[in-house]
Design a protein around this ligand. Sequence first.
Ligand code: SAH
Length: 213
Amino acid sequence: MKDTFKHQGLRQQLVNTLKNKGITDVNVLKTIGNIPRHLFMDSSFLDHAYQDKAFPIAADQTISQPYTVAFQTELLQLNRDAKILEIGTGSGYQTAVLCELGVKVFSIERQLELFKKTSKFLPKLGYRPKKLIFGDGYKGMPEEAPFDGIIVTAGAPFVPTPLLSQLNIGGRLVIPVGDQVQTMTLFVRKGPKEFEKHEFGEFRFVPLLEDKN
Ligand code: SAH
């Protein structure tokens, strides 16, 4: 597993691309500049790792586009030591971004193959999420709630109620909502039953799958 000057150079170009597309959070940009995204991808895509594109990973899933990762992370408005739940661990790239930003990360993945692979892989790179589980993200992680932020990295046909109820007051849920195309949506919990909703642009994600049992 190597990170070379060439990769670092390509990452700086990617950071510039993200700035040009409107990402302003300096910590988020720095993090994307630090993390060797190529190591999270299959070797056949290595040459493309620093293009601002999503790529296939195992189990018919994708590693999110860097712009999407940056956009969603920026919306979380992280404070150091915040407690964050991620739905859809996938390759672990977004998980690594959160770890690098110094927050406590909890993450759920429903594909066993990806769960196993990523659970082994992240510590090898020095990333230590608090907890990775194999399970159904629609349910959230009630045993660890409440969270300061929840980030959903798959397209949700509707907003799962457990995720809203597992937010702290002041907590933020960042979730792409829709079937074929998703609207990036932010919910901020203002009170026990009070949520503020903000909508951003359109994105495309693999679907947040429901368990049929
Ligand atoms: N954050 C990941 C994105 C992976 S794509 C990355 O940057 O690589 C979305 C992921 O969500 C996939 O790994 C998919 O298996 C997972 N997923 C889909 N439905 C889910 C569910 N109900 N619960 C948990 N994970 C789910």
